[in-house]
Design a protein around this ligand. Sequence first.
Ligand SMILES: Cc1ncc(COP(=O)(O)O)c(C=O)c1O
Length: 412
Amino acid sequence: MSPQDLLNITKEFGAPVYVYDAEKISSQYERLTKAFEGVGNLRLNYAAKALSNISILRLMNSLGSGLDTVSIQEVKLGLMAGFKPESIIYTPNGVSLEEIEEASALGVQINIDNLSILEQFGSKHPDVPVCIRINPHVMAGGNSNISVGHIDSKFGISIHQIPHLLRIVDLTQMNINGIHMHTGSDILDIDVFLYASEILFETAKNFKHLDFIDFGSGFKVPYKTGDIETNVEELGKKLTAKFNKFCKEYGKDLTLAFEPGKFLVSEAGYFLAKVNVVKQTTSTVFASIDSGFNHLIRPMLYGSSHEIVNISNPDGRERYYSVVGYICETDTFGSNRRINEISEGDVLCFNNAGAYCFTMASNYNSRFRPAEVLWFNGKAHLIRHQETFDDILRNQVDVKDLFEPSRKVMAD
Ligand SMILES: Cc1ncc(COP(=O)(O)O)c(C=O)c1O
């Protein structure tokens, strides 16, 4: 889709607005599938948390994807979007036994990441096949908030606890049908990832009835041209060889699963916002947009650097701007960026806005969350309305009868 298409979308649906390009999502799905074409049974379970609009889930389902979910609500959304229960894996972290039982009753694949719940669930439901999330203690991930495989991480069952795990499986007679790891986002060193996969293969040998091995995700995507990214083709070749060799030794054609979020939707997303004010200070020119970290929190939360393009003036002279939001705390999207000359009213486009952007948006400052639009077959489709004041009030209980209006008059 072109910058003009994006501009037209703001004319039709207003701004701020999120736009997703269906074609880019499909081509990323195909690219990953192709990278692992040497695997007999490949399963890509889209990580719903990255972008969970029901229309996006329907698109993923139409591509043949499965679904990776982390909450009972994501499970229910996935079922509503048409996924079969057996195409959904539920990988919660630290949730209650009751929530896991609710998901299990819906027929989805359960993935458990701690020994306490494993023992409780296995004792009550020994016939339900369960996947276990292993923590291989391999450090990956670009930011401390998204590195989840290391020794101090709260995620997964430590490989050092395998003997304890095996005792629980033996005691409960439960059926372990899959093993899983997710070392963190932003895998750059393929050898580190392969090292973690070796640990998973070693662990897998302890279980005789596996159907699949799930390698999680963490594919790094580029944020600008020339940016470093996970070489999925190289990973595909190397991991396929190791996986096929393992299946031979194991004596069964297992399914190789991944659960990509960012890889499938990050680059397909654009966030469009209008410039309210251009403000020259002694040392900086600020472009203040009609949005803030309530809509796009990644730069403030992870230090992520989204490319910012002035689609209203693509041929203008480049100048330096710090692009900031309207939240009354530090709310910076980019500092001293070279951007085509900005005038008040221009529309700025933030790239890589498909993953963990809308799903992390909030009503902070009592602002509305923006609309979402899907670009499909050369046409814009509204897939979420912008919120209204009714949405801000929804579920609030106004206990106005408890309080008398103040009679105090302020002295002047
Ligand atoms: C268990 C699990 N699987 C998959 C993902 C998706 O990761 P990514 O968006 O990097 O592909 C995450 C991300 O946090 C995760 O925690």
